[in-house]
Design a protein around this ligand. Structure first.
Ligand SMILES: *Cc1c(COP(=O)(O)O)cnc(C)c1O
Length: 427
């Protein structure tokens, strides 16, 4: 079994919590940069390769800028994600706008920024044209339907997913777009989520490359890029074998040589839109054990809750937990690790074997760097917590402050119903 160790030591964390009280999300600059460089290296065989980081995974401007320094663009799917990218100086073809059920104002903003628009549906061709015109470069999202199978079984069920054009619609859509003045085309598909196998991207690439060759033959479209989107997973469990991004890049290269090069399409750029793989392992949720409860089970109550990290509550997802300073102690206690929501699903772990936990111990909840803080919410009036970046030089930098009650109640500022609210700092 692979051992999962936090990217931070107890000594470092003890220092950090003196300045920034728990709970908070902690990110590892070194890990993020090294991983981004490996991704770039894995696809360095492809001239136009670009990773568009899926902003929804970790929508923090410091993180976006850091990834931008490593050559990444942004994959956006909402107005505010577009605004965030713009504010970070990431615009034009460095933005992929992969949305669905898209409101008109979002298309307008995407066009204004010169983003590459990736259409989710054939009816959006007319909608986009009426809203803000058809750009010269445009992409369409493909959904092959059925189930997506690989050698180790069924990966996912695209036929049941709301996304994308059918195969027939791809041909018709490309013809329509050409008539309306589009000159350059892209193809996108997202067929399986959190895949922990090196085969996913190559298998997806084969589907998309074969489609691209046919689309080019039948519609004459000038296909400039193929977007493999997200779905490359991470080993949340210690017994899972991590993906090898270099092997994945090499797998895609082989299919590229097999399918695209012989079709005279050896200049097509490969794009990715990974979120989880770029950030997941390089962020953790740091929380303090504040209570011990002994009833029908043994409970540890934390100062973080599902509002900080909802994956365990909504997907029953496994997140590894390290009790800081007890990395090598025997896991001879069994606990449910809970938050304080009035909601029984608010458990970071159930029946988890861990070292003995004392009140005051720091817990590090692993793999919370993507779809972690971002999915946070305010149920039970819980305030969302800070994000801290562990810099390469070992210092800690706050990259988002914690919410305050004022933030929570700010949406009543259109009226005076809460004008007598006591925040404790009125002076
Ligand atoms: C969520 C999403 C991604 C990122 O997915 P990961 O599993 O985090 O890699 C990429 N593209 C689109 C369109 C998405 O919706």
């Amino acid at each position: 079994m692979m051992e999962k160790r936090p990217f931070v030591t107890k000594e470092q964390l003890d220092e950090i919590v003196k300045e920034f009280p728990t709970p908070f999300h902690l990110y590892d600059e070194k890990g993020i940069r090294e991983n981004a460089r490996r991704v770039k290296q894995a696809f360095s065989w492809n001239q136009g390769f670009k990773e568009y980081f899926a902003v929804k995974a970790t929508p923090n401007p410091f993180i976006l800028k850091l990834l931008h320094e490593e050559g990444c663009g942004c994959d956006c799917s909402s107005l505010t994600e577009l605004m965030l990218s713009e504010a970070c100086g990431i615009t034009g073809s460095e933005i992929m706008f992969s949305s669905n059920a898209t409101p008109a104002n979002e298309y307008i903003k995407a066009r204004e920024l010169g983003a590459i628009i990736n259409l989710d549906d054939i009816t959006h061709i007319d909608f986009l044209e009426k809203t803000c015109g058809i750009p010269e470069t445009i992409s369409c999202r493909y959904n092959p339907g059925g189930v997506f199978k690989m050698s180790n079984g069924i990966m996912d069920n695209p036929g049941d997913a709301k996304y994308g054009f059918t195969a027939e619609q791809m041909f018709e859509g490309f013809r329509m777009l050409k008539e309306k003045g589009a000159k350059h085309f892209g193809i996108h598909a997202f067929l399986a989520s959190n895949t922990v196998t090196n085969e996913y991207y190559p298998a997806l690439a084969k589907v998309l490359f074969e489609l691209a060759v046919e689309l080019k033959e039948k519609t004459g479209a000038d296909i400039r890029f193929i977007n493999l989107s997200g779905g490359v997973g991470i080993p949340y469990r210690p017994d899972q074998e991590p993906n090898d991004i270099l092997a994945i890049g090499e797998g895609v290269r082989q299919v590229y040589e097999e399918v695209l090069v012989p079709a005279g399409m050896g200049d097509v750029a490969i794009y990715t839109e990974m979120g989880r793989f770029m950030l997941g392992p390089y962020g953790g949720l740091v929380t303090t054990a504040v209570h011990q409860k002994h009833t029908y089970k043994e409970y540890i109550g934390c100062d973080a809750c599902a509002a900080d990290l909802m994956r365990p509550a909504i997907y029953d997802a496994y997140h590894h937990i390290t009790v800081m300073g007890k990395e090598d102690a025997p896991c001879d206690h069994v606990y449910d690790i809970t938050g304080s929501l009035c909601e029984n699903s608010d458990k970071f772990a159930k029946d988890r074997a861990l070292p003995e936990i004392e009140v005051g111990d720091l817990l590090f909840i692993h793999d919370a760097g993507a779809h972690g803080h971002a999915m946070g919410y305010n149920y039970n009036g819980k305030l969302r917590h800070a994000e801290i970046l562990l810099r390469e030089d070992g210092t800690a930098q706050m990259i988002r402050r914690s919410e305050t009650p004022r933030d929570l109640f700010a949406t009543f500022d259109f009226c005076d119903i809460l004008k007598d609210m006591k925040y404790g700092d009125e002076g």
